[in-house]
Write a protein that binds this ligand. Sequence first.
Ligand code: ZN
Length: 158
Amino acid sequence: MLALAGKKATPFLFCWHLKVRPSVRLFLLLLFNNRLLTQQQLQRRHISPGSPCVLCSSQAFEDSLHLFFQCPFVNEVWNSIRLVLHAPPLVVSHSVGESLVSSFMALGSDARLRIWLAVTLWYVWTERNNVVFRRSPSSAAATVAKISQEALACLRWL
Ligand SMILES: [Zn+2]
């Protein structure tokens, strides 16, 4: 459980109170519940035979745990951001929900860092979708620039 204003909060309440766009909040809830339509979920629903991650050359099967916590692309993006912000690395656990909660908990109570992480994960998803649906090549540097722009806009709401 995550702390929210001194109380224990469910991931739903935690996500709901983040000062980010509603679409990012919804995305986090879907991620926590492992409901994003990754290749793993498409395969489970017999929609796709499943394929490797499109953001890296590791040939790792695309599931949410890989895409958002283990992929070299997401780690390159988060490392670029976290080194500037003095934030900890992503925490990889046995499930995507646990990894998400643990990664947010590792940030402590700093609302700014939580916004940066939420926006980072959102842009990893949009970059993945750009590659899959628009055949647009991904770049960690370009993704960091987009994240910075959005996160700084969100921080004005604090
Ligand atoms: Zn990958």
